[in-house]
Write a protein that binds this ligand. Structure first.
Ligand code: THU
Length: 127
């Protein structure tokens, strides 16, 4: 199986674990490191809505917590018919970690590829 199909499968499997009692909107992610390791994530909600964590950050924080900070790409999938795009907070985290490529899918399994700078044109980078 090629790497993109592998990422899609792993993101879809991770989506099954989404904890979404409030939105019922499941998101799954597969994050590829430069070493070829894949970390997955799903969204995890909380009754205190602000405590919810998106699938993207779950995967990124899992990887960082295990010592992986160099990434090739992130693959994002949801249950929706339309393409799923990462939120602004997750894009800011992707900027911090320099994740160069973002793949998004729709309900048909079609895939679009973006460079990070296409989705966040003017990130906060310095202070
Ligand atoms: N969510 C993600 O996990 N990733 C995204 O890219 C967009 C939004 C989650 C957060 C929340 O659990 C639900 O989707 C609805 O916002």
């Amino acid at each position: 199986m090629d790497m993109l199909a592998n990422l899609a499968t792993m993101a879809n499997v991770a989506r099954e674990n989404a904890y979404v009692p409030y939105s019922n909107f499941r998101v799954g992610v597969a994050l590829l490191t430069t070493e070829g390791k894949i970390y997955t994530g799903c969204n995890i909600e909380n009754v205190s809505f602000g405590a919810t964590c998106c699938a993207e950050r779950v995967a990124i924080f899992k990887a960082i917590s295990e010592g992986h900070k160099d990434f090739k790409a992130i693959f994002i999938t949801s249950d929706e018919k339309d393409y799923i795009y990462p939120c602004g907070i997750c894009l800011q985290v992707m900027v911090e970690m320099d994740i160069p490529v973002i793949y998004v899918t729709n309900g048909e399994g079609e895939i679009r590829m973006y460079k990070l700078e296409e989705l966040i044109t003017s990130p906060f980078k310095d202070f």
